[in-house]
Design a protein. Structure first.
Length: 306
């Protein structure tokens, strides 16, 4: 059961999180003037040389600048663990038998090219950029999960809700915890802040935003987090957040880089998992899972003076 739960971590989303702009970021080696990690280089012949050593011509060999697709698709993350589906990993013979011929592998490994047909971008039919902007290898009108279920058994994942974390008897279902956590935290003592001190309390299975966006990617573009909220709060906002935590009895955690993240505003837990006497329990099972869902301005007033 653990294996099936962990596999689901990578299912249902092909939205990738761009690398954070910090000192640890790899040099992405853009060659065209003005191109940044935010530039959409797809379906645009001006940017062929961002991935190819030279602009390909019909009949020529396609020569990529890099040895693998992880580096070629560097705008979406640089290492396999930053993707919402594992890549560059050798598949077992059992798993190889489940991969359709229409989804090509490279040395028995899943790559970006397995699910995304890069050549679609070269098609002069510009309508494709709207009809299949992610250049998936299956009909996009059937939905992204249709592609997932070409390799995965649909019945194993149907109707799974990771936010339903209690059994009918009220005890914690540890399998649901493992959807986000490497091991089940101790709900009585674990705190998010303790992660900064290296204490063995809360360890997530991957990038925090990816964990959420693998299911909630349909709201990614319009959501405040991706518009202008995935930043470090100013001193003024931090002061307001600390006031709210003291006076409203809520928790507004930041990620490991000190940035606002999904769980800053949303509590992913079911009511009853975290003891109600703890501020971290606020917002559990509330509408939108907002950590503050009452009063004027709702969650916005926790950080902003409105």
């Amino acid at each position: 059961m653990r294996k099936a739960t962990f596999t689901l971590f990578f299912l249902f989303s092909f939205t990738c999180i761009a690398l954070a702009d910090n000192d640890s970021q790899v040099d992405l080696d853009f060659v065209n003037p003005g191109v940044t990690i935010e530039t959409n280089v797809h379906f645009d012949e001006r940017y062929c040389t961002e991935c190819h050593r030279h602009r390909p011509k019909i009949g020529d060999d396609i020569v990529l600048k890099y040895d693998n697709y992880t580096q070629t698709c560097r705008c979406h993350g640089y290492t396999p663990d930053t993707y919402t589906h594992p890549v560059e990993k050798k598949l077992s013979p059992e798993k190889l038998a489940t991969i359709p011929a229409e989804l090509p592998l490279t040395d028995d490994k899943i790559t970006c090219n397995t699910c995304h047909n890069m050549a679609i971008q070269c098609n002069p039919q510009h309508a494709l950029r709207h009809h299949n902007k992610s250049f998936l290898r299956t009909n996009p009108s059937l939905g992204r999960t249709f592609l997932c279920f070409q390799c995965h058994e649909k019945k194993q994942f149907k109707m799974f809700d990771p936010h339903k974390q209690l059994t009918d008897s009220g005890t914690i279902n540890e399998e649901s915890c493992l959807y986000c956590h490497v091991t089940k935290p101790d709900e009585q003592t674990a705190t998010f802040e303790s992660r900064k001190d290296g204490e063995d309390t809360i360890h997530l299975v991957g990038n925090m935003e990816v964990i959420c966006l693998r299911c909630h990617n349909d709201k990614a573009g319009r959501h405040p987090l991706n518009k202008n909220h995935r930043v470090k709060p100013s001193d003024k906002v931090l002061t307001r957040m600390h006031w709210s935590e003291r006076n409203l009895w809520i928790l507004l955690p930041l990620n490991d880089e000190g940035q606002i993240t999904c769980i800053t505003c949303h509590n992913p837990h079911e009511r009853g998992v975290i003891p109600t006497q703890k501020a971290a329990s606020a917002g559990a099972s509330e509408k939108g899972r907002l950590r503050k869902s009452w009063g004027g301005g709702s969650i916005c007033v926790a950080c902003h003076n409105i």
